[in-house]
Design a protein around this ligand. Structure first.
Ligand code: SF4
Length: 375
């Protein structure tokens, strides 16, 4: 059996980006040291085999080298050629020393939060790195020996023209990366960006302009060797992100750290999104979960449909039945005809047989609505 996926949340950033809805705080050495020690204890207690590790955040590379070494060494027993081991990094906190230690400690995939290759857009987004630092981060990662590099890009920023986005994608496709994630800017609850929008200080692009940018990525990147394999993700040959594929298969995963989510034995637990409380609970040997939810078999099956539909392959009826014990057409007897009628999903055929469903091109544009429709 394939091993579990392990996610570790590092909730530190050098500064808070105004659009960010993730749990993160400014780096502070004392809680960071305590936090890493607690994570090491939790890692030691993992009994399962692990097939993918993803250290995300926040900004894992915001940790100083000595804490990163400690954390990575604690994960040593899980690493190996067949384990995908990703660390997220941001350009301003990635340097040769950290790259060397990532390589030495078994990290084999880097996900760099580039977001944009233009200074003006980076400033609008409140990012603290420059375009030159973004390019440099990719270059030094390659030189350090990383072949499997992923970058994140944001599109649909207010004032952004379609031609600006096309130029960004061109730069991304020509850079030595193997994976590109493209996210449209969203206005999340409790963020400074949403407040700015509500105060009338930011005028979001209209939906049509944003959709046009997304469609350009759909058309352009595959021609540059990046297969569109999930709503927001494009991969070079054999470089799909295995960790995220596990999520989209709705397979179990272990989440460690403040705000991290675990999904084991049909129970979803979300850790408290507060590092002080997380440390306090761990020291008192209390459960770090702030909430937990036991999903019924039917809820699990519907969730599987809602996440798997995001992938290029969509959902095969046979796969779905084997995985969940439910017949997809029976389970979604109201939702499927409605989504097909709206042109958001279509049937997959093989040898003239209908074998499953998948998103249509229009469906990719409205994927969140499709997923909600299946829940
Ligand atoms: S660096 Fe990433 S996690 Fe940190 S505040 Fe910015 S967007 Fe959020």
């Amino acid at each position: 059996m394939q091993g579990r996926s392990l996610y570790i949340h590092i909730p530190f950033c050098r500064s808070k980006c105004p659009y960010c809805g993730f749990y993160s705080i400014s780096y502070n050495e004392d809680p960071a040291r305590a936090y890493v020690d607690i994570l090491l204890g939790q890692i030691e207690r993992i009994k399962e085999d692990i097939s993918t590790i993803y250290i995300g955040g926040g900004t894992p590379s915001a940790l100083p080298a000595y804490l990163l070494v400690k954390l990575l060494r604690g994960l040593k027993r899980f690493t190996g050629d067949d384990v995908e081991f990703t660390v997220e990094a941001n350009p301003e906190s990635l340097d040769r020393e950290k790259l060397r230690l990532f390589c030495d400690e078994g990290v084999n995939r880097l996900s760099i939060g580039i977001q944009s290759f233009t200074d003006e857009k980076l400033q609008k987004l409140g990012r603290i790195h420059s375009a030159a630092e973004a390019i440099n981060a990719i270059e030094i990662s390659r030189k350090a020996g990383f072949e499997n590099i992923s970058i994140d890009l944001i599109f649909g920023v207010w004032g952004e023209a379609a031609s600006d986005w096309r130029a960004e994608l061109k730069k991304a496709a020509r850079s030595p990366v193997k994976h590109i994630s493209c996210y449209s800017l969203t206005y999340e609850e409790n963020t400074a960006l949403l407040a700015a929008k509500e105060a009338g200080n930011v005028l979001p692009l209209d939906g049509e302009a944003v959709a046009e940018m997304y469609e350009y990525a759909l058309d352009y990147l595959p021609g540059q060797g990046f297969e569109h394999y999930e709503v927001s993700n494009f991969a070079g040959k054999d470089h799909r992100c295995r960790h995220n594929l596990n999520y989209w298969d709705n397979d179990p995963y272990i989440g460690l750290g403040a705000s991290a989510v675990s999904y084991l034995n049909g129970i979803r637990t979300t850790n408290v999104p507060d590092i002080g409380e997380y440390i306090k609970r761990a020291r008192a040997q209390k459960d770090p979960a702030g909430s937990s939810e036991k999903l019924s078999d039917m809820d699990r099956a519907k969730e599987t449909a809602a996440v798997k539909i995001r992938t290029k392959e969509g959902i095969d009826f046979g796969w779905f039945g084997e995985k969940t014990g439910f017949d997809l057409c029976g389970l979604e007897e109201e939702a499927l005809p409605a989504l097909i009628e709206k042109g958001l999903i279509g049937y997959k055929t093989e040898d003239k047989n209908t074998i499953g469903i998948r998103l249509t091109r229009k469906g990719f544009l409205f994927c969140d609505a499709v997923s909600s429709g299946l829940l």
